[in-house]
Design a binder for this molecule. Structure first.
Ligand code: RIB
Ligand code: CA
Length: 311
């Protein structure tokens, strides 16, 4: 079976960290070409440091590039109340001597995509604000023909940062609009599906109680995440970003529908809203987005736990 060529763009971030771990555990089916970071959950310095620590900790030998320090036009706002000051809760990973690739990160992403062998394409997996991806598509439109699809954690038919906007898209609405308007094949792993996914307290405790350092560390991160204000009274800790990775390795456990999506770029109450056209009378053209709406939770949990156990 041909491996999926994958590039992950992230803002680690605890759920980003689990997504990177799932990538490390799936190298039998994923060819991970690199990681770019973007300011989001924490500052660009902190999320990039976390990406370097995580790839070293997981023995995931891939290049890391440090991307945009903020949105295209808006003020930067982080989510330190959910992911902690470092971005990985209170978990301290072993130090690393790994450094980011020198040079322009968007040029590095463009060159990596264009240098894929003839006939091969890249699957982009952005799980933070879409600033880097928007710049890549705008500055180097030639990549369009080398992109298989874009599997986004973001958006939804309702919000979490506001009642109508999800954090990643709210963080950089203009970038979100540029990506959704690209007409590339997009899979939207939004809150409609990520809020039906996750692990329960017992499953997180099993990870935390493991005598293996990697499993214990991720259990420690997930405990912090579970105890954050985002998950008060929740039975599940919604590990949003890893849903995008599990969709790529196991699409059969997901349900979705084809829609068109526009993004509210105003400064009004719906800033950053992904406006999904669900009308059955909506025109066929422009429905480039697969909106994921459901998953088989038991299978998702087994797949994720098996991946984390086998790291
Ligand atoms: O709304 C959830 C998203 O915002 C996730 O990507 C999480 O890491 C934060 O970036
Ligand atoms: Ca993220």
């Amino acid at each position: 079976m041909t491996k999926t060529n994958l590039w992950i763009d992230c803002d680690p971030g605890i759920d980003d960290a689990i997504a990177i771990a799932a990538c490390a555990a799936s190298q039998d089916v994923l060819n991970v070409h690199g990681i770019s970071t973007v300011a989001g959950n924490q500052t660009i310095e902190r999320v990039t440091n976390n990406a370097l620590l995580l790839t070293d900790f997981l023995n995931l030998d891939v290049p890391v590039v440090s991307g945009q320090a903020g949105p295209l036009t808006r003020e930067k706002v982080d989510a330190g109340h959910v992911h902690g000051t470092t971005g990985l809760g209170d978990t301290v990973l072993p130090k690393t001597s790994k450094t980011v690739e020198p040079g322009n990160p968007i040029v590095f992403m463009r060159d990596t995509i264009m240098n894929l062998p003839e006939g091969e394409k890249m699957t982009l997996v952005p799980v933070g604000p879409l600033t880097n991806i928007a710049l890549l598509l705008k500055v180097f439109p030639e990549v369009n023909n080398k992109i298989e699809k874009i599997v986004i954690m973001g958006g939804g038919t309702y919000g979490n940062r506001t009642p109508t906007a999800e954090f990643n898209i709210w963080g950089d609405p203009e970038a979100g609009k540029m990506v959704f308007d690209s007409n590339l094949p997009i899979v939207m792993c939004g809150l409609d599906v990520t809020h039906k996914s996750g692990l329960n307290r017992e499953q997180v405790k099993e990870l935390y109680d493991s005598d293996k350092k990697i499993q214990h560390a991720f259990g420690d991160m997930l405990n912090f995440y579970f105890d954050s204000p985002a998950y008060i009274n929740s039975d599940l800790v919604h590990i949003h970003d890893v849903v995008a990775i599990i969709y790529i390795t196991n699409p059969e456990i997901f349900t979705g529908q084809q829609v068109s999506v526009d993004v509210d770029c105003t400064d009004g109450i719906n800033r950053g809203m992904t406006v999904c056209d669900l009308r059955h009378t909506a025109p066929e053209e422009g429905r480039n987005v697969t909106l994921l709406t459901d998953l088989e939770l038991d299978k998702f949990q087994k797949i994720l736990l098996d991946k984390l156990e086998n790291l």
